[in-house]
Structures are given as C-alpha cells and as structure tokens.
Ligand binder design. Structure first.
Ligand SMILES: [Zn+2]
Length: 45
C-alpha cells in the first residue's frame, strides 16, 4: 500500500482508493504526491 497525499487538501489517500485515476477522492484535485517519511532530527543539548 502506498500512501499519497493530496497537494490541495492535504488528505492522505492510499493506493486502493486510486484505482486508475490519480485524483483526490475528496476534492477532485489531480496533484498528489508521495510524502516521504520525515525524520525529525532533534539535537540534544
Ligand atoms: Zn484533495
């Protein structure tokens, strides 16, 4: 399962919700991106 994120409404959409059309099911936006796992680096003091 691949999670995408809508560029417009920022909702997460998984692969199964996008069958053939790459389109946000919530707002109809066609621009989706794959958010990378963000690692938050906190420097210890
Ligand atoms: Zn959307």
């Amino acid at each position: 399962m691949v999670l995408y994120k809508c560029f417009y409404c920022l909702r997460e959409i998984d692969d199964s919700q996008l069958k053939r059309r790459v389109r946000c099911p919530y707002c109809g936006n066609k621009i989706l991106y794959k958010p990378r796992q963000m690692k938050v680096v906190v420097k210890a003091r």
